[in-house]
Design a protein around this ligand. Structure first.
Ligand SMILES: [Zn+2]
Length: 100
């Protein structure tokens, strides 16, 4: 038997899928710029659809915001998983500091 919580999670997942599709029907994904960092689709890993008020059931366009993956993590106060490029850059930065 599934709990209320399970049902909420399951419903939220479906709603998120619907809202993501809805958002990109209204927004031009190809020319989309992340409103938080100003980067375009060729500069970011991917775009995700963020619920501004934190309610995954609120699919109003005013509540939906396309953010790049990195910014989406940041607005939720989490660190984005590092990409290989980030690691390389960080490593280069470290070794440059060592030799200075
Ligand atoms: Zn961004």
């Amino acid at each position: 038997m599934s709990s209320i919580f399970d049902e909420y999670q399951e419903g939220a997942k479906k709603a998120r899928g619907r809202h993501t599709a809805k958002f990109w029907r209204h927004a031009d994904r190809e020319h989309y710029i992340c409103p938080r960092c100003g980067r375009g689709g060729d500069e970011v890993e991917s775009f995700e659809v963020h619920h501004v008020d934190g309610d995954p059931y609120n699919g109003d366009m005013n509540n939906l915001r396309g953010l790049c993956r990195e910014c989406h993590y940041r607005v939720h106060d989490r660190d984005p998983p590092k990409s290989l490029e980030d690691w390389k850059q960080e490593f280069r930065g470290l070794s440059e500091n060592d030799s200075a």
